[in-house]
Design a binder for this molecule. Structure first.
Ligand code: SF4
Length: 180
């Protein structure tokens, strides 16, 4: 198996990469996250992901485009809710890249977070697998969430305070500002 792993950020990659390697699977990281807002936050998360990849000798493919308009358009028009559309955008690109570049499977580090909509990620990835013909490698990485957090602190990696998009940034801070 030759797995292309969508990386949402450095800290969330820690446990999945460790677990995948321990299973004897060859893994390559894939950074494609046009959902992250604002651009400075995108750049900061990318920098942390690259730092992490360097520390653990992980090959990492970076899709540097910041296609904000495409992202906003897709999530605003989505009848299934913004997160479903956001997962789909990122996973579809990952699976297409895997298909075009000889990877046998794809997966995502989003599966490690207890704060993500795990079942929607799984359903979306399975749909993308059926559409692209690239099998989805599923593991419930949430069992390693705490371990990943602890290691990310030891590595002094940047840990983001909100999921990524402008909406999640508002949800994180708006109430705080209102209550002050
Ligand atoms: S909250 Fe997170 S998963 Fe949902 S749309 Fe925003 S960035 Fe994407």
């Amino acid at each position: 198996m030759n797995l292309l792993l969508h990386m949402c950020c450095g800290p969330c990659s820690i446990y999945p990469v460790k677990q995948i390697r321990e299973s004897g699977i060859e893994v390559t990281g894939f950074f494609y996250n046009p959902n992250i807002h604002p651009y400075k936050e995108f750049a900061r998360r990318l920098e942390a992901a690259e730092l992490y990849a360097q520390k653990v000798n992980l090959s990492m493919i970076i899709q540097p485009e910041y296609t904000l308009e495409e992202y906003i358009k897709q999530v605003l028009d989505s009848p299934g809710g913004r997160c479903r559309a956001c997962y789909r955008l990122r996973l579809r690109r990952t699976a297409e890249y895997a298909r075009e570049n000889g990877f046998s499977h794809f997966s995502t580090t989003l599966l490690v977070s207890p704060y993500q909509q795990h079942e929607i990620i799984r359903e979306t990835a399975e749909t993308v697998a059926a559409e692209t013909g690239v099998p989805f490698y599923y593991v419930d990485f949430r069992t390693g969430w705490k371990e990943g957090v602890a290691i990310s602190r030891e590595m002094e990696l940047y840990r983001q305070p909100y999921c990524g998009c402008i909406f999640s940034e508002r949800d994180r801070y708006y109430k705080l500002v209102k209550s002050n």
